[in-house]
Write a protein that binds this ligand. Structure first.
Ligand code: GSH
Length: 214
């Protein structure tokens, strides 16, 4: 492998957003140190960690002497770094636009999770119902789009595994932990089959990505 910087990835739990970066590093066969922070001791709020990410959130990826945060950016960076392993199409390739489209869609899917958590805290009633219906409709539109893709191919881009599969499947996985959102997936068997494929992907298993237990 080419001369790579030293990687250190910070996370709190196996299933947090550091899982996406760990999956990519594992798939690329890269050497990296996983640094688990103790949430009970609030290590992610320590002065030392706040120097790496002033927001006190994981993941952070140290790349030699540089640190970066925001899981979507980290995945984009790693995809490009390991492009020769097929993790991202090159910037001047025809597949690049499609790849970026799915990478950014993953960030939108991430917001659905934040929305459902906020909705849960709204007192039961008309407002909560309306917000939940709007979210369910948006998720359904997303799944219609993805189901159409998986009618023709097994992966999102170029019919091979890329960082877009990591990003999209990770955030879809989280939505399925809410039964009212999971039941929508039943109408989209191709997306469900895709999720099964991603959850049993060898490097996802090795990196312990889909590991949330309530
Ligand atoms: N948009 C950020 C979100 C980062 C984030 O919220 N991380 C969570 C874990 S997945 C965290 O650090 N939470 C702090 C806590 O649990 O106190 C990203 O994608 O990296």
């Amino acid at each position: 492998m080419k001369n790579l910087p030293k990687f250190r990835l910070y996370g709190l739990r196996s299933y947090d957003r550091s899982a996406k970066a760990r999956w990519l590093l594992t798939e690329a066969g890269a050497d990296f140190e996983m640094r688990w922070l103790d949430r009970d001791k609030k290590e992610h709020e320590s002065a030392e960690f706040l120097k790496l990410n002033p927001m006190g959130r994981v993941p952070v990826l140290e790349i030699g002497t540089q640190a970066m945060f925001e899981s979507g950016a980290i995945c984009t960076y790693l995809g490009d770094l390991f492009a020769e392993k097929g993790l991202a199409p090159l910037p001047n390739s025809p597949e690049r636009a499609e790849y970026l489209q799915w990478m950014f869609l993953a960030s939108s899917i991430d917001t659905y999770q934040i929305r459902i958590m906020v909705i849960e805290d709204i007192p039961p009633g008309e407002v909560q119902k309306a917000k939940e219906a709007a979210l369910q409709a948006e998720l359904r539109d997303t799944l219609v789009t993805l189901d159409r893709v998986f009618t023709e191919k097994s992966f999102l881009v170029g019919n091979r595994f890329t960082a877009a599969d990591v990003s999209v499947s990770y955030h879809l996985y989280w939505l399925r932990l809410w039964p009212e959102l999971d039941q929508i997936f039943n109408d989209f068997p191709k997306v469900k089959a895709y999720m099964d494929r991603m959850e049993s992907h060898p490097s996802a298993i090795k990196a312990d990505v889909f590991s949330y237990k309530s």
